[in-house]
Design a protein around this ligand. Structure first.
Ligand code: 8X3
Length: 249
């Protein structure tokens, strides 16, 4: 697999659906060659074909997979750390350690692995950008959410630390922290329970993946001296992680 270094390259993790998929489309429309990574290669290939990009299998929880993914990239101008997610809703008393491990591996260590591996290429690009998709859960603690809120806080602090460590280097860093976005997020959190997932968005007008993708596109198209540090974005119907304006019936 050879990827040409002639055009600017944007890498999107977790790109087989939701925010990642929409971001890949937006960045491709802006002229980037988009390298999409995820575990579900069939969905990725269809997306890559559609946007003229490259599909590469990527499991951010697997070091060998990250190595294989990052090694073949000849250059990287934009990295969108989007892979992540939640599993379950449990009190601390009932915390499921395997769920915690999955959330920390995916959101925290996954972001660390991919970012670490691609940093030299982002610096070499002369005008790199790292966008990390965190969550309102990176700013708030909420009941039954500690596995996810702790992981999102940690992922966000990892990302924010780079803002200082890379000062003086040609790399911008933007954290985007969405609230309720209707994607597969809740379906995965509730292990395929569609009814429970639907309840999360019932009676509100949630954000959709495209809303976040447009923000990523805006961030990526600012002049290189402009660094949008943090963007918290929620639906109008959401005041905080657990506070919604719901209309019923
Ligand atoms: C998703 C938003 O409110 O479920 O990151 O934590 S929330």
């Amino acid at each position: 697999m050879t990827i040409s270094a002639d055009s600017r390259i944007a890498v999107v993790t977790g790109a087989s659906s939701g925010i990642g998929e929409a971001a890949a489309r937006t960045l491709a429309a802006q002229g980037y060659h988009v390298v999409v990574g995820a575990r579900r290669l069939d969905r990725l290939r269809a997306l890559a074909d559609e946007i003229g990009g490259t599909a590469l299998e990527l499991d951010v929880t697997d070091e060998d997979s990250v190595d294989a993914f990052t090694t073949v990239l000849p250059r990287v101008d934009v990295l969108v750390n989007n892979a992540g997610g939640a599993k379950g809703l449990a009190t601390v008393l009932d915390a499921v350690e395997d769920d915690w491990r999955w959330m920390w591996e995916t959101n925290v260590i996954g972001t660390l692995r991919v970012t670490k591996a691609l940093l030299p290429k982002l610096i070499d690009s002369g005008d790199g950008l790292i966008v990390t998709i965190t969550s309102v859960a990176a700013f708030e603690a909420y009941d039954n959410g500690s596995g996810y809120t702790t992981a999102k806080h940690a992922q966000a602090v990892l990302h924010r630390t780079l803002r200082g460590e890379l000062l003086g280097k040609p790399v911008r860093l933007t954290e985007i922290a969405p609230g309720a976005v209707e994607t597969e997020f809740s379906l995965i959190r509730f292990e395929g329970d569609q009814e429970r997932a639907d309840k999360v968005y019932e009676g509100i007008t949630p954000l959709v993946a495209q809303d976040i993708a447009e923000i990523i596109g805006f961030v990526a198209s600012r002049p290189s001296h402009v660094n949008l540090d943090q963007i918290i974005v929620k639906p109008r119907d959401q005041a905080s992680a657990g506070r919604f304006n719901r209309t019923t019936g």
